[in-house]
Design a protein around this ligand. Structure first.
Ligand SMILES: [Zn+2]
Length: 161
């Protein structure tokens, strides 16, 4: 779940660790979550943000210039000559479009898709009822709540909680 900015190859890194089929899931369209999803053969995102991924919509991904990709967010640069003003959010066709209540059966565990809009329209979390683990993306996190982005909806967010 979530692939980071895509400035370094997560897929290549994972290939050294995992020899099973992969499904990359974006918790939502923002660049810091879905920026690397284009690298993966199997990609899933909520239906409300599938078109933005399909189009590589930098505005919806929060990385249209001047965007949220800032040099001071990097502890180290991904490669020599990297420039944040040249960052590109790559378009990718979703191979699976998610809806609330979908179940992703991984064989030894099943994750339920929870549609929890507010931060963005297509925010999801994944819930594992067996372990009671919640993978929350940007629905809930430790830090300042981002609920006033162009894609945010505070009444939806209140309802989500
Ligand atoms: Zn976000």
């Amino acid at each position: 779940m979530d692939t980071g900015l895509g400035v370094a190859s997560l897929r290549q890194h994972l290939a050294e660790l995992i020899d099973k089929p992969l499904l990359a899931i974006a918790s939502h369209i923002h660049f810091d979550h879905a920026g690397g999803i284009h690298e993966f053969e199997h990609r899933a995102i909520h239906e409300l943000e599938a078109q933005a991924l399909r189009e590589g919509d930098a505005h919806e991904a929060l990385c249209a210039q001047p965007g949220w990709v800032h040099l001071d967010h990097f502890e180290m640069l991904p490669h020599q000559g990297f420039r944040v003003d040249e960052y590109i959010f790559n378009a990718a066709e979703p191979t699976q479009v998610l809806q609330d209540g979908d179940v992703l059966d991984l064989g030894d565990r099943a994750l339920e898709v929870l549609h929890l809009p507010g931060h963005s329209a297509g925010c999801i979390a994944l819930y594992d009822p067996r372990s009671q683990a919640l993978f929350s993306g940007d629905v809930i996190y430790d830090g300042e709540l981002l609920d006033e982005l162009h894609c945010s909806n505070i009444p939806d967010y209140i309802h989500t909680y």
